[in-house]
Design a protein around this ligand. Structure first.
Ligand code: TXA
Ligand code: MG
Length: 324
């Protein structure tokens, strides 16, 4: 048997096992283009409750439901308005989550009791196949303990949750590297709940201006992914306007967007994109933070990205990582 066939057979066997686990109410970590998700049957409240237990996630934080195909929408939402359709046609499969009125089939646990549910079609071949094989919508938050760094490799999941779940489906490094953009759709109005892997410019080019939630709504449990402290390394992280040339002490690490030639005395420097590319920076962002977090440092310094394109989502993650 040649190598390619051997790998394909292996993968098929793994997908089959993953589908059986999901159908049986178990947990599987799945690769997506954004970050790894911790998946369970979205229509089975007992399976969903296991997600919350494995992550130590509070029940007020609702989950995103993943579908194989846009035709699956009637399984989980009660209406799919024309605006949602336009967004879906353009950006699915891909890193965009749409918040829509939920159908009765979706347990309250998935939505934290809200009348809406977040849905998306992930753009990863293994997970697409898995969803079709299992033939069930799966609820999947990022596969990390609540509030900690998101996983963008199977190894990150193994380290953070390995002993709490049945299986990790290894689909390599996540291509986009940051979570999906979340849009709330109400009729023909759209609100940005979380900046993410599809930039606002592309969305507004398609549908016109997108609203922002009012500042007073920021800390309400309606969108707890927006809690001030989130996506945090264990090591203290400080946001600064500029990384000082000389490290303030011996065990400080720096997370920099692009090549900075004159930094000295840092215990570790992670450069995200030597070609000054925000897409490349996003792809490596969580991996760099995981490495810095494991470097035994006392402090990580980072400065904000340009506030455009994926830079918005990166700045959002940095601010929350620095808050803790
Ligand atoms: O890219 C992603 O979105 C990844 C992959 C695995 O798909 N998933 C992810 O899930 O980031 P999670 O659980 O880390 O973030 C989900 C966030 C919640 O914290 C909440 O802010 C928002 O989605 N959300 C989910 N359902 C909602 C709803 N009905 N209304 C408002 N916000 C909702
Ligand atoms: Mg998360």
């Amino acid at each position: 048997m040649d190598e390619l066939m051997r790998v394909e057979n292996l993968t098929t066997a793994e997908l089959y096992r993953a589908a059986e686990i999901l159908k049986g109410g178990g947990l599987v970590a799945i690769p997506t283009e954004t970050v790894y998700g911790l998946a369970a049957n979205a229509l089975d409240p007992r399976a969903v409750s296991r997600i919350f237990a494995a992550k130590d996630r509070p029940f007020f934080d609702p989950l995103i439901v993943h579908l194989a195909d846009v035709d699956w929408w009637p399984r989980v939402v009660s209406e799919f308005p024309p605006l949602a359709r336009r967004l879906a046609e353009r950006f699915w499969p891909g890193p965009l989550t749409l918040i829509l009125p939920k159908s009765n089939a979706v347990p309250d646990l998935v939505t934290s009791g809200m009348p809406t549910v977040g849905i998306r079609i992930p753009d990863h071949p293994l997970t697409q196949q898995l969803l079709r094989m299992a033939d069930i919508p799966v609820a999947a938050p990022s596969a990390n303990p609540f509030g900690r760094l998101s996983p963008t490799t199977a190894e990150h999941v193994r380290q953070q949750l390995g002993d709490r779940i049945e299986m990790i489906l290894d689909g390599g490094s996540c291509r986009v590297g940051i979570e999906s953009t979340i849009l709330q759709i109400h009729g023909d109005a759209v609100t940005l709940l979380r900046p993410g892997g599809i930039d606002l410019e592309s969305i507004e080019a398609l549908i016109g201006p997108v609203g922002r939630p009012s500042p007073s709504a920021q800390n309400q449990p309606a969108a707890p992914g927006m809690l001030d402290s989130h996506y945090a390394p264990r090591t203290k992280l400080s946001l600064v306007d500029q990384i000082p040339h000389q490290a303030p002490s011996a065990s400080v690490g720096a997370l920099v967007f692009t090549e900075e030639s004159n930094l000295s005395g840092y215990a570790a420097i992670e450069t995200l994109s030597s070609s000054v590319d925000l897409v490349e920076a996003a792809a490596g962002f969580f991996q760099a933070l995981h490495r810095l977090d494991q470097g035994g440092l006392e402090l990580i310094l980072a400065c904000p990205f340009p506030d455009q394109g994926l830079g918005r989502a990166l700045n959002d993650r940095l601010r929350r990582a620095a808050h803790g």
